[in-house]
Design a protein around this ligand. Structure first.
Ligand code: GCW
Length: 692
């Protein structure tokens, strides 16, 4: 939703989000010392200078008893004054990887020691977090921690278009205004907003960003040529925050840009073309991250156009990037988007696994497969993607969607952290073996190749508050935090975000956390029931349309008739999708007796009278949850109204306005879904509520 400001105008005073001035108050007027050189150290020096203000000072000598010292481990070897917290941090930091840090604070001095510059930056932001959660804005916190990221790849994907055109606007599936990166076909000239964004991302440990949409429209292809100097400048900004820059590229680039007649991976001229492009890129940007590629997906060109497979396609581009240390992120969102709804044997949920699982082990070591977290497409409830569980010999990142395409579009409050926590802690074998979560599988692979982890589609735009809905900032913040430490609970992360974002409203923190914690469950209640998904308005994906995708080509059906609903994905009588899981899960999902309620309609077609484990029938569950979900939204709205005057006005007004819209939307969902199923089934609501 647009903020009402003219497109692309940067006021220079955007919301600092979770990094407001209060978060560094404990450094004001202090002496701090920084022992490190390089682009990230330069960023840190500026950060520190701002934090200490004119009355403080940023020096290099740790022996002058600074309040805070940040030091690269190797530079401490000959330094004097390495005592107290600094000594303890130095000892603890020995042997850490370049993103790790040791942080020790005794209440009057804090020390961050790391083996690399990026570790120092992470340690600095961790200090701010610790101070905020300790509630001590004026004093340095007491703490002792050694941290390393669990996952080596922690990436953000922008779906930003270089020009708005007709491609769903300036940001595809963007709900917070226009792109902060592009306007009128090129990278914006005022780069302050990009720099502020880099800072936000760095503060939660993000280390990679792709800046343009995976649907690469004709003008965007030119980022590789005419746009390169601007891309280099953006990469310079991100470099200062320890973040590598990537571009999304079209598989057909050799044709579009190179005037070649083909993009066939088996063609020598194509191989040479990609090699030349990579050489040019790395000449301009020596630490360029690499490419993201959406191929053979929703009409995009790809190796299938030439009778090749995805190994051929991905390895072609990886080969060009390898001499320079670059990587290709190859998306696995490959399915038949021209399906015949009459055909009940084709199952979109199967597609990613069917296309990629057999290719495990054949991809080059600088290929990273990018697998959506569920088998369909970021619905409010899906099972974990079986492909994400299957690629033992292939670098993999699991893709999440921070932008709320199917989860309320930053009009409805929907904190996705509990959903991500469930996915990341998913028990891979289904046998509750220790250390066998999805996140630990990604981490294990990451320790071998440093190329596995997570990525997510961003939710920011040029709205003053970045995310359209102020509280949606927590999803952006939280993604970075769980990427760093997937064991963190949603509540812990929300606790941090709330303390950092609303430092003056300590008495409201619990209320704000509770509000966010329940919001995903509430959204699930009033939208598509029991994991079936897709009852959204076609194309825009906001608001209800129960049959909107029922007779479409997209493979998105609920199969409701007068007797029942749901998709039979069992091995015995359905599409066989359940069989793509490790044995214990396959068996659990296969049978209605063991399939979890919340996924029942994803895996089974059942009669309306089917009794759920919860003790209620499917039809009554639909009635009850929709009424209850809409009621909870009214309750959230009323609660928020009662907070007037107790939070800053801009935040309060923004959220109030969104909640009013959410009340209307939830009412519409409730009435359309309950009425639809009453009319289909003829079964009345036990409580006599459904009258339409
Ligand atoms: O579901 C679809 C979205 C598209 C998106 C695509 C993808 C970028 O509706 O807008 O395109 O997923 O993930 O590639």
């Amino acid at each position: 939703m647009r903020s009402g400001r003219a497109a692309g105008t940067h006021t220079g005073t955007s919301d600092p989000c979770w990094l407001g001035p209060a978060t560094t108050a404990f450094l004001r007027g202090r002496q701090v010392s920084l022992l490190a050189e390089g682009p990230i150290a330069d960023t840190l020096r500026l950060e520190l200078a701002t934090a200490v203000g004119p009355a403080g000072a940023v020096g290099g000598d740790p022996s002058c008893e600074p309040a805070l010292v940040l030091a690269r481990h190797d530079l401490l070897a000959g330094a004097v004054g390495v005592t107290g917290p600094l000594r303890r941090a130095a000892d603890a930091a020995a042997g850490l990887g370049e993103e790790g840090f040791a942080l020790v604070g005794d209440g009057s001095t804090a020390a961050v020691v790391a083996t690399g510059e990026r570790g120092l930056l992470h340690g600095y932001f961790h200090l701010l977090r610790s101070a905020a959660t300790a509630g001590s804005h004026e004093v340095l916190p007491t703490l002792e921690t050694v941290q390393e990221p669990a996952l080596p790849v922690r990436m953000i994907n922008q779906w930003d278009n270089t020009s708005a055109g007709d491609h769903l606007g300036s940001v595809e599936r963007g709900y917070a205004g226009d792109s902060i990166f592009f306007s009128d076909g090129r990278i914006v000239q005022d780069r302050r907003r990009i720099s502020d964004y880099a800072r936000l991302l760095a503060s939660v440990g993000i280390n990679a960003v792709s800046i343009n949409n995976v649907n690469v429209h004709p003008a965007a292809v030119r980022l590789l040529t005419d746009g390169l100097p601007d891309v280099a400048d953006v990469a310079r900004i991100f470099r200062g925050y320890g973040i590598a820059t990537y571009l999304s590229v079209s598989f057909a680039s050799p044709i579009v840009l190179g005037d070649l007649p083909t993009a066939d991976p088996g063609d020598e001229s194509v191989v040479a073309w990609w090699a030349g492009v990579a050489e040019g890129l790395y000449r301009e940007i020596p630490d360029f991250g690499g490419f993201v590629v959406k191929a053979d997906s929703e009409g995009r060109p790809g190796p299938f156009d030439y009778g090749r497979d995805h190994v051929d396609g991905a390895n072609l581009i990886a080969g060009a990037l390898r001499p320079f240390g670059g990587r290709v992120f190859w998306r696995c969102f490959v399915y038949d988007h021209r399906q015949d709804w009459r055909d009940r044997s084709t199952d979109r949920a199967r597609a990613a696994y069917d296309h990629f699982a057999a290719l495990d082990g054949r991809f080059a070591d600088n290929v990273v497969l990018q697998v959506k977290c569920g088998p369909m497409d970021f619905q409010v409830r899906e099972p974990v993607s079986p492909l994400a569980l299957a690629m033992a010999e292939t670098n993999t990142v699991v893709e999440f969607q921070i932008t709320q395409e199917y989860t309320g579009q930053q009009i409805d409050l929907c904190c996705l952290l509990p959903q991500w926590h469930e996915i990341l802690t998913f028990d891979v074998s289904g046998e509750q073996l220790p250390g066998d979560t999805l996140a630990s599988a990604l981490a294990r692979r990451g320790r071998v190749t440093a190329s596995s982890g997570v990525c997510a589609v961003s939710n920011v735009g040029d709205d003053a508050n970045w995310t359209g809905h102020k509280l949606a900032q927590a999803n952006l913040y939280g993604f970075g935090r769980v990427a760093w430490d997937p064991a963190l609970s949603a509540r812990e992360v929300l606790g941090e975000w709330t303390a950092l974002t609303f430092p003056d409203a300590t008495d409201l923190h619990e209320t704000l956390i509770e509000l966010q914690m329940g919001s995903w469950g509430t959204y699930e209640m009033y939208t598509a029931p029991l994991g079936v998904g897709w009852m959204v308005t076609p194309h825009t994906h906001y608001g209800p349309a129960v049959d909107g995708y029922e007779y479409s080509k997209w493979g998105t059906y609920h199969f409701a008739d007068r007797d029942g609903l749901g998709v039979d994905r069992t091995v015995a009588t359905g599409t066989g999708f359940a069989g793509q899981y490790p044995k214990a899960w396959a068996e659990r999902y296969e049978h209605v007796e063991t399939c979890p309620d919340e996924l029942l309609l994803f895996f089974h077609h059942v009669p309306y009278s089917h009794l759920l484990h919860s003790g209620t029938t499917v039809i009554q569950h639909i009635y009850d949850t929709h009424v209850e979900g809409a009621r909870r939204v009214v309750e959230m709205r009323d609660l928020w109204r009662s907070l007037e005057g107790r939070l800053d006005e801009a935040s309060w007004t923004n959220v109030m306005e969104r909640l009013e819209r959410q009340v209307n939307s939830a009412r519409e969902w409730r009435d359309q879904v309950t009425t639809y199923f009453f009319r289909k089934s003829g079964v009345p609501d036990r409580n006599g509520r459904v009258v339409h």
